[in-house]
Design a protein around this ligand. Structure first.
Ligand SMILES: [Cu+2]
Length: 121
């Protein structure tokens, strides 16, 4: 025990809790399509996270350049518990798209983010 922790035990606990949370949150590790990728129309949006997710409170939305929502099938959680995927219902026309995601990791923390990709002709 350092002198600091003896003098400020509550501050020490808060610091430990904050450090634990930084590692426990689900961050997007990899995706298909990848961030800023130019690729053929994807059949599925696939997002790999650093932590296991709670499917019930996790979701993916894709928006086209004209702000219209792209129809996706129901999102599923892959066997590793960390990969969220949703089938793309219709073939995407060439153009720019934004993926918006939100997830709840099993530690109870919510994270969200977005990235873009381009479908080539
Ligand atoms: Cu967390």
């Amino acid at each position: 025990m350092s002198r600091f922790l003896r003098a400020f035990p509550v501050a020490g606990l808060i610091m430990l809790a904050a450090a634990g949370q930084a590692f426990a949150h689900a961050h997007l590790k990899a995706s298909t399509p990848a961030d800023k990728a130019s690729a053929a129309a994807p059949a599925e949006i696939n997002l790999g996270f650093t932590e296991a997710l709670d499917l019930k409170f996790s979701g993916i939305a894709v928006v086209g350049a004209d702000k219209t929502d792209v129809a996706l099938g129901d999102a599923v959680l892959k066997d590793d518990g960390k990969t969220l995927a949703a089938p793309v219902s219709a073939r995407l026309a060439p153009g720019a798209y934004t993926v918006n995601w939100h997830v709840l990791s099993v530690d109870g923390h919510k994270t969200n983010g977005s990235f873009t990709f381009t479908v080539t002709p």
